[in-house]
Design a binder for this molecule. Structure first.
Ligand code: CA
Length: 226
């Protein structure tokens, strides 16, 4: 099992309409080793949050088009489970509770200290990777907790339960060749025919590309690459 290396940059989505603050935070976070995408409004934030995979999201509460709480609720309902740090100009207890109810994991009131932000984000990212076991598939990744693949260009693809079970087995032992009978035992109940494995290999290749799963003639299948 190949776990994500510590040196892989944390991927962060910043949704902030204050251009000056967004620019400053982007600079600071990139210096700290994050890969940062910035969305200037809630709609763009929703698009990026649903189509790309992030270790952590930083969302301003007051946003044009779609406000920060609505954005979080929509992401959580899809479901995007990456931790969210909510930024807000207001600091009352009820605002904090609203934010946590909408799905935020942490909360920081403006104006905040950049070191404080850095410390909170590191804690959220560590938590995120603890629960999100990540397996490599070539230049892509399989996120076990989310049953989701990230392609090398950052696109996210959600897998059905049996597609996931099949790919997870292959990715857990990337050098092993599995027979169709072995895969059938892992992925399906005994009663199912081994040919069902071929069907799900076909589904995975259709979603992830022909090279995602390799055929080993006369033996079975093994993990390919994305
Ligand atoms: Ca704002």
């Amino acid at each position: 099992m190949t776990h994500e290396h510590a040196r892989d940059p944390w991927r962060l989505l910043l949704v902030e309409d204050d251009r000056e603050l967004a620019g400053l935070l982007t600079e600071v976070l990139r210096d700290e080793g994050y890969t940062v995408d910035v969305a200037p409004d809630g709609q763009r934030g929703l698009h990026l949050g649903l189509t790309r995979s992030y270790d952590v999201l930083v969302i301003d509460r007051g946003l044009p088009v779609l406000d920060g709480l609505d954005l979080m609720r929509r992401l959580r309902s899809r479901p995007v489970r990456s931790p969210v740090l909510l930024l807000t100009g207001m600091g009352s207890v009820s605002d904090r509770v609203d934010g946590l109810d909408a799905g935020a994991d942490d909360y920081l009131a403006k104006p905040f200290d950049l070191d404080e932000l850095g410390a909170r984000l590191r804690a959220l990212c560590r938590r995120s990777r603890d629960v999100t076991d990540v397996l490599r598939i070539g230049s892509g990744q399989l996120h076990v907790g989310r049953r989701e693949v990230t392609l090398p260009d950052g696109e996210r693809i959600v897998l059905a339960a049996r597609e996931f079970a099949l790919l997870h087995a292959l990715a857990s032992r990337p050098d092993a060749v599995y027979s169709r009978a072995e895969l059938r035992r892992i992925v399906f109940e005994e009663a199912h025919a081994a040919s069902l494995v071929d069907t799900y290999v076909y589904y995975l290749r259709r979603k992830l590309g022909r090279r995602a799963v390799l055929t080993v003639r006369g033996l079975g299948y093994r993990l390919g690459a994305l």
